[in-house]
Design a protein around this ligand. Structure first.
Ligand SMILES: NC(=O)c1ccc[n+]([C@@H]2O[C@H](COP(=O)([O-])OP(=O)(O)OC[C@H]3O[C@@H](n4cnc5c(N)ncnc54)[C@H](OP(=O)(O)O)[C@@H]3O)[C@@H](O)[C@H]2O)c1
Length: 251
């Protein structure tokens, strides 16, 4: 596991948006960001899940979050611009974005892959983070220390049979991260990186490996050290890297 002991007030007064915040890794990240002082903007498609996390954060006495119900499969450019305007009116800037929401699609050979599912996976996993990033960059540029984290996967670094659109979308995610990081390399106030969570105990993992006992893999909470490190000021200057949440590196 990546080793990092996050100070209690690591993210104090920071405004951080998390996509797919209602479940799995995104839920754990939003909760940990809030616990370390951030005001979190919870974006997801299932309102009840977002509301349940909202209640948990509020009853723990943490900074009051915001909820953004949005389906990344159907949202269009205008929706992202509207969201950016709303966040500007409410907060004036943004200090971090965790692009975490993602879908698996089919586990099948490319020869048989359903083209409609292919497009959906590319829309949710690649096109939506592109549109969201583009709309939010003006707000991120208003922060003195902004961090954008994309979510990759092992199959986004080395292709593997039957992972289809999911693997291709994660290669694209790595590419988008690298291009953007290079474009912003001379700006010390913003960094762009990616995390490969590694096998983690979530619904997506059990869809991908139905026969695997869930306790084989760490929980989302256990992989949070890298999520905290890359979002907070201790990673200032780290740009364009794709890091493993379950790797052996230390901060
Ligand atoms: N778990 C692993 O082993 C693993 C390994 C490598 C990479 N990853 C990556 O880690 C990220 C999180 O995965 P996870 O395992 O936590 O998955 P998960 O448990 O399936 O959670 C995915 C989250 O994304 C949201 N989401 C899906 N489609 C959406 C859409 N169209 N609009 C808005 N939100 C949407 C889901 O919302 P609902 O709850 O409403 O469905 C859910 O909150 C993904 O990018 C995944 O590819 C995971």
């Amino acid at each position: 596991m990546f080793h990092y002991d996050a100070p209690a007030e690591l993210l104090k007064d920071r405004i951080i948006l998390v996509t797919g915040a209602g479940d799995g890794i995104g839920r754990a990240a939003a909760w940990h960001y809030a616990r370390h002082g951030a005001t979190v903007v919870l974006l997801g498609r299932t309102l009840e899940k977002l509301e349940s996390l909202y209640d948990e954060i509020e009853s723990a006495g943490l900074p009051q979050p915001a909820i953004v119900p949005m389906n990344l499969d159907t949202a269009v450019e205008h929706d992202y611009i509207e969201l950016s305007n709303q966040l500007y009116d409410e907060f004036g800037h943004l200090d971090g974005v965790l692009h975490n929401a993602g879908i698996l699609g089919m586990r099948t050979p490319i020869e048989n892959y359903d083209p409609v599912t292919w497009e959906k996976v590319m829309r949710v996993n690649v096109h939506a983070p592109f549109l969201l990033t583009q709309a939010l960059l003006p707000l991120l540029h208003k922060s003195s220390d902004a961090s954008v984290i994309f979510t990759s996967s092992g199959v986004g670094r080395t292709g593997r049979a039957y992972w289809g659109a999911y693997a291709v979308s994660k290669f694209a995610t790595e590419g988008m991260m690298q291009v953007l990081a290079d474009e912003l390399d001379n700006d010390p106030a913003i960094r762009i990186n990616a995390i490969n969570p590694g096998a983690t105990r979530t619904q997506m993992r059990s869809y991908a490996y139905p026969a695997e006992p869930p306790e084989t893999n760490p929980t989302p909470a256990e992989i949070m050290p890298l999520y905290l490190y890359l979002m907070g000021p201790d990673s200032k200057g780290v740009n364009g890297r794709s890091m493993d949440a379950q790797g052996q590196e230390s901060a």
